[in-house]
Design a protein around this ligand. Structure first.
Ligand code: ADP
Length: 246
């Protein structure tokens, strides 16, 4: 087990976005989250790395860290928690005035205070891994959306996270650019990263995931293997959602 989450809840004002989410993530597992727009998928993903502060919920990590969001937490725990994961955003979120290489180097140098020469080496290797070594001195505006997102993936990897989080990583891309980003994610699957992916790419989710979560109305309505959830869903809401989009 990598992480167990019990009773996670999050509201924005009166809007109860996550009501009672319970999920276990195994080490090396690829988990996809699917579901209608507004069902709480992105909010759940952001709770995994502290970008949202849950109202309630107990997170138990493999190494003994326990976070109870109903209680006040100490700063060290919060920092340790947020450093466990790297996030890949829908809209890339690159620094516009930094090159691809500088974008990848920023986190390890500024946040982790690591040695610059060593970080540079690693950043070049990561850009090579995502197929962008030749573009490392380009600025975001000189790159296509697919290339920018691949820089976004390299940037998240540079922090050496235990957990990679992807928030609809292809939804801002033109159709012809989606494949190159999915290929990079598939390479990470082969390397046994623990990953959580919010996606509308149902076929992709079916191919790469060990587990699929279907969310609706702030709950995980159904979870299981891709075959169980995508091919023979038990719940009416899952069936209706899949019929609508497939
Ligand atoms: P999904 O990813 O499934 O589309 P989201 O988690 O993005 O769903 O959003 C679920 C609900 O939470 C929506 O009603 C959205 O308007 C609301 N929401 C998300 N983030 C915020 C926020 N920062 N402030 C207020 N409401 C938010």
């Amino acid at each position: 087990m990598y992480l167990s989450i019990k009773g996670l809840a999050k509201s924005f004002g009166e809007n109860e976005v996550l009501k009672d989410v319970n999920v276990d993530i195994q080490k090396g597992e690829v988990v996809s989250i699917i579901g209608p727009s507004g069902s709480g998928k992105t909010t759940l993903l952001r709770c995994f790395n502290g970008l949202e502060d849950p109202d309630k919920g107990l997170f138990t990590f493999h190494d003994g860290q326990i976070l109870n969001f109903e209680e006040k937490m100490n700063k060290r725990d919060i920092v340790q928690f947020s450093r466990r994961s790297g996030m890949v955003f829908q809209a890339y979120h690159l620094f516009p005035h930094k090159t691809a290489l500088e974008n990848v180097m920023e986190g390890p140098i500024i946040v982790q205070k690591r040695n610059k020469a060593e970080v540079r080496q690693e950043a070049e290797t990561l850009l090579e891994k995502v197929g962008l070594k030749d573009k490392m001195n380009f600025y975001p505006h000189q790159l296509s959306g697919g290339q920018q997102q691949r820089v976004g993936i390299a940037r998240a990897l540079a922090l050496k996270p235990e957990l990679m989080l992807f928030d609809e990583p292809t939804s801002a891309l033109d159709p012809e650019l989606i494949g190159e980003v999915l290929t990079v994610i598939k390479d990470l699957v082969k390397e046994n990263w623990t990953m959580i992916i919010v996606t509308h790419e149902i076929q992709f989710a079916g191919e790469v995931s060990d587990k699929v979560l279907f969310m609706d109305g702030g709950y995980i309505i159904e979870q299981g293997t891709p075959d169980e959830v995508l091919k023979s869903p038990k719940e009416e809401r899952t069936k209706r959602f899949l019929q609508r989009i497939l």
